[in-house]
Design a protein around this ligand. Structure first.
Ligand code: GLU
Length: 465
């Protein structure tokens, strides 16, 4: 059997982390089994679906690296096929027109409830003219539906609990349960992996599939993601859009890793490369109950990735942030070296980018506190002595420069900090930066000497006042 999974978002908003996790599980399962992953845009709700949301889904999926093997398919392009299947169900006697008004239906429901009958509208609709009205699926009256859910185990639903659901609205447009069934069938989906908010739809979909004589896919319903207050994760819990995490400086692999662990485990391992995820993922390892989104843990994980991932990979994503912050990175050190220098102290790429501007462009002003503390009586002299040393050296490398800083401190009988700190503020504008030798070598001779000169001027003027 060919394994085929799908991600089937409705384009009615951004790609949120809940959807991304469902997509990840489907993608991982297909990858792991050497199968195919399909992207299907469920855009039949014409009022709520927008092109902007479709684009947001593509952007999110592509940023996460969750590439599809087939599609994207659009349900709005498949109306003819849905109509054909609806007609087939009508012809087979598995569907019927229903022209009851809302009020009539409510009345009928009340009546049936009082008689302890299952909700069913056939009686009333039998004689209706087949020109208008919705089309309902004739759900079996007896027996039960068993879902052998790969995450939740067996779920049994009695048919008498299921009503005759609408499969086409009075304007002829098909409804969600019908379109999903037809698509899953036509696209050869072997495993339907989706959020457990769809679990009530599953027995209905199974019954339609059976009426069509189709082989059933396997189902895996993954639990919801909750906010810290136990409510379903939503905007009020903070960022829930995948692209917001990109904007906030997260690495896609860190977010994937976090989403994977949020709902799946493998012993107590926390960090998984994407290759490891593919190798180790099993639906059986999925949590049965909902998990709580923990932004601190995601931030911790992001820092782990920034520190331990290939610096080239981190740099690739850092470029985007540097551009966004308006920094021209052609005028300065190799970004890979900047990553190596900054990764210990940067929990996000936004932090890393912000803290790296001075390698590429002049800073506007000294950090006030740092300047106050380090630009004092005598600091100009320290900087001048360092500058003399730096100017003389021909090899601008960390080791050499570090030695000059040490020698200067010794010659001036100052503690190392009294020399290195004014230097740091002079060249970076701030009181924190990577190790001074690293900062100097990344910055290069020209920028360093120019900034030291400027700082000496600044200190002199300040002391004159
Ligand atoms: N379009 C549905 C949604 O976005 C998903 C349908 C499915 O996975 O079966 O909730």
């Amino acid at each position: 059997m060919t394994i085929k999974t799908r991600f089937a978002p409705s384009p009615t908003g951004y790609l949120h982390v809940g959807g991304a996790r469902t997509a990840l599980f489907s993608w991982l399962y297909a990858k792991k089994k050497g199968g195919k992953f399909i992207l299907r845009i469920e855009d039949t709700d014409l009022e709520r679906s927008t092109q902007a949301s479709v684009d947001a889904i593509f952007d999110g999926m592509s940023w996460l690296g969750l590439t599809h093997d087939e599609g994207p398919f659009y349900q709005t392009q498949r109306f003819d096929r849905y109509r054909e299947v609806i007609q087939q169900l009508l012809d087979q006697g598995d569907a019927y027109y229903c022209t009851c008004t809302r009020e009539e239906l409510d009345q009928l429901r009340e009546q049936q409830k009082a008689n302890k009958e299952k909700p069913r509208y056939n009686g009333k609709c039998k004689d209706a003219k087949h020109t208008e009205g919705v089309i309902r699926f004739k759900n079996p009256v007896d027996g039960e539906v068993v879902i052998n859910d790969l995450v939740k185990g067996d779920i049994v639903v009695a048919n008498k609990e299921l009503d005759d659901l609408i499969i086409a609205r009075s304007d002829g447009t098909p409804t969600y349960n019908l379109t999903v069934v037809v698509d899953d069938l036509d696209m050869g989906i072997s495993h339907v992996i989706r959020g457990d908010d769809h679990i009530n739809n599953t027995p209905r979909q199974i019954n339609i599939l059976k009426a069509l004589g189709a082989e059933l896919p396997k189902y895996a319903h993954v639990p919801m993601i909750l906010g810290s207050d136990g409510a379903r994760l939503s905007k009020r819990h903070g960022a829930v859009s995948v692209m917001q995490y990109r904007d906030d400086g997260f690495l896609p692999d860190a977010l994937l890793n976090y989403l994977l662990r949020l709902g799946w485990s493998h012993g107590d391992q926390e960090i998984f490369s994407v290759d490891e995820m593919i190798e180790l993922f099993e639906l059986e390892g999925c949590n049965v109950s909902a998990s709580t989104f923990n932004p601190e843990k995601l931030l911790w994980l992001n820092h782990q990735y920034i520190m331990h991932d290939e610096p080239e990979y981190v740099a690739k994503h850092l470029v985007w942030h540097m551009h966004k912050q308006g920094i021209d990175i052609s005028n300065g050190p190799d970004l890979v070296e900047v990553v190596k220098a900054q990764r210990e102290r940067s929990k996000t790429l936004v932090e890393m980018a912000t803290a790296s501007h001075y390698f590429y462009q002049e800073f506007e002003a000294y950090d006030e506190k740092a300047a106050k503390k380090n630009f004092k009586e005598g600091s100009d002299k320290v900087l001048q002595t360092l500058m003399d040393g730096f100017s003389k050296t021909n090899d601008w490398n960390g080791e050499k420069l570090h030695q000059i800083v040490l020698d200067t401190a010794e010659a001036m009988e100052l503690k190392l900090g009294k020399v290195a700190q004014p230097l740091r503020v002079a060249i970076s504008g701030a009181g924190v930066s990577p190790a001074i030798d690293v900062t100097l070598s990344l910055l290069g001779r020209e920028k360093t000497l120019k900034r030291m000169e400027k700082a000496i001027e600044f200190i002199k003027q300040k002391l004159d006042k």
